[in-house]
Design a protein around this ligand. Structure first.
Ligand SMILES: Cc1cc2nc3c(=O)[nH]c(=O)nc-3n(C[C@H](O)[C@H](O)[C@H](O)COP(=O)(O)OP(=O)(O)OC[C@H]3O[C@@H](n4cnc5c(N)ncnc54)[C@H](O)[C@@H]3O)c2cc1C
Ligand code: SF4
Length: 500
């Protein structure tokens, strides 16, 4: 059987040339590359298989059915910021906004200088050509934009914020604004709709609801993984499974889980779990006189990379469902309800910071990841500056007031009050933030004392063991990472196949 879902009892033993742990951006890209070479591929995925018509409508349902740990993973540091990752077939590509950005040229120079990673620039871009073709990358059509994105274009025209209409992995997006709960329309090209089924069509197999707990070794060679099925609703443990690999094991369980899996499998090297980086982001609400209706239109349709190199900021629109938006509204009773009714007039725009702060990923109780991460003052100052920039944009588009979401300053600010925000206290606890672009934990590099993998993703000191997800990346890149992760995973797969 090519798909083995949750099994309550009876041990499951399966075998293939390659076992790939995780089916998100990295895992699916590696798996399809291996399968296209003629190798047999067995995917092992912690989360369940969900068909698009089963995706939840609400944020609550998405957290329950699609997120790792109900979205309750947080940073352990000066602020407890959520770290969002998905847990289902297709990984975080199912709940992301499908924004596609090529790896910026300067990143290759930094990787070469700081980590000895050379000779991949042309190959990354070549794979990105292929991905853009296969995953139908296109600019959002005007008819799908929606008012929030149109207002951002208006602000840009007025204030020169250096933006553009976003290119996305989406075929015929109709702007239903549901990306974060999964695209029921099947327009978004998440990997559960393309590369994972292609692997199965090519004779591959998948175990779903099957979190790998340990990598199996014979000497220094990885020969498979083992774990126990987990029921997708009750979370009860089921049967044991053993997935044996004749040629190699690919770990692509994400930045939060790949280091934990390596550590639980006996890799004690200090570099495992080190170098955690992120693009923490936050949003500013603009309140407009006209209805914005952010629940109509593409979730993210406008972005700017103009401030990436100096301030480290990427600016974007981001429409969120009503239940998420109202969690940011203050007050009680009638005043609160009036703000809830005002949802129609809110546009939320966000920034993501290429932070220099570095943290760690460790293994906690029951194999849960523990992320130790705090912003330093330099990052906090840039983070705050990003809020000011987003507020300026809202005012350029005609917002009446903005709600920056910073505790300890007035709830809403008018166009002449932005100095209050520019001088807000820098304590991270006062700021709402979320980490969705994650990097590191199994970094690649030439120096085995500082990195887990070599520059082609093979784990130092082991045979047949590769990492093929965002945890490979030795630095954050200042743009949305999926395109880079997928191209790197394909390069890792080719390396395992002996293609230089
Ligand atoms: C809300 C949100 C929006 C985003 N929007 C964008 C965007 O528009 N563009 C962009 O470029 N990036 C975006 N990102 C980031 C992007 O989605 C991630 O960087 C990318 O998916 C990471 O790829 P990955 O392969 O490392 O991990 P994932 O895609 O998270 O895949 C990891 C997989 O491994 C599985 N897994 C975990 N542990 C185990 C285990 N022990 N055994 C088996 N399987 C396991 C998980 O269930 C998951 O399926 C967004 C992220 C979020 C959270
Ligand atoms: S906006 Fe709607 S149709 Fe477009 S990709 Fe997102 S969920 Fe799918």
């Amino acid at each position: 059987m090519s798909h083995v879902p949750f099994q309550e009892r009876g041990d499951v033993a399966v075998e293939a040339d390659y076992v790939v742990v995780g089916t998100g951006a990295g895992g699916a890209a590696a798996a399809v590359t291996l399968a296209r070479s003629g190798a047999s591929v067995l995917m092992v995925e912690a989360g369940p298989w969900r068909d698009p018509h089963d995706y939840a409508w609400s944020t609550y349902g998405a957290m329950r059915d699609m997120m790792d740990d109900w979205g309750a993973t947080i940073t352990m540091g000066r602020a407890l910021w959520p770290v969002v990752q998905a847990r289902l077939v297709g990984g975080t590509t199912v709940i992301n906004s499908a924004i596609c950005v090529r790896t910026p040229e300067d990143i290759f120079g930094e990787w070469a200088r700081n980590h000895g990673i050379t000779g991949i620039q042309e190959r990354v871009w070549r794979f990105q050509d292929q991905l853009e073709d296969e995953l139908c990358v296109a600019e959002t059509a005007p008819a799908a934009m929606g008012r929030s994105n149109e207002l951002a274009l208006k602000a840009d025209a007025a204030g020169n914020f250096g933006g553009h209409v976003i290119k996305r992995y989406a075929k015929g997006c109709i702007g239903s604004g549901q990306c974060l709960q999964g695209c029921r329309e099947m327009k978004k090209q998440s990997t559960n709709l393309n590369y994972v089924p292609e692997v199965l069509r090519r004779g591959g197999q998948i175990l779903s609801s099957a979190p790998a707990e340990r990598i199996l070794f014979e000497g220094r060679r990885a020969v498979g993984v083992t774990g126990r099925f987990v029921h997708p609703q009750t979370r009860a443990k089921g049967a044991k499974f053993t997935a044996r690999a004749r040629k190699g094991v690919f770990v692509a369980a994400s930045v939060t889980h790949s280091p934990v899996l390596l550590r639980r499998s006996g890799l004690t090297h200090a570099a495992v779990g080190a170098g955690f980086r992120a693009h923490p982001g936050t949003g500013v609400f603009g309140i407009y006189d006209e209805p914005v209706d952010q629940n109509f239109g593409v979730t993210q349709g406008w972005a700017s990379t103009k401030y990436r190199e100096d301030a480290g900021l990427k600016l974007e629109t981001l429409s969120i469902p009503m239940e998420m938006a109202i969690s940011r509204l203050a007050g009680g009773g009638r005043a609160f309800m009036e703000r809830v009714v005002g949802y129609r007039h809110i546009a939320m725009w966000v920034h993501a910071l290429r932070a220099r702060s570095v943290g760690t990923v460790g293994a906690g109780w029951g194999g849960k990841p523990v992320i130790r991460y705090s912003f330093d003052e330099y990052d906090m100052a840039r983070f705050r500056a990003g809020l000011v920039k987003m507020s300026e944009m809202h005012f350029a588009a005609g917002a009446r007031v903005v709600i920056p979401g910073v505790h300890g300053i007035p709830y809403s600010l008018g166009p002449t009050e932005l100095d209050v925000l520019a001088n807000a206290p820098l304590d991270p606890k006062r700021y709402v933030a979320i980490l969705s672009h994650l990097f590191g934990g199994c970094m690649m590099g030439t120096d085995p004392t500082r990195s887990v993998c070599d520059t082609r993703g093979k784990v130092h000191g082991h045979e047949g063991l590769y990492v093929a997800d965002a945890s490979l990346m030795p630095d954050n890149i200042g743009v949305n990472p999926q395109h880079t992760i997928m191209a790197l995973a394909m390069i890792v797969a080719e390396g395992a196949l002996g293609i230089a």
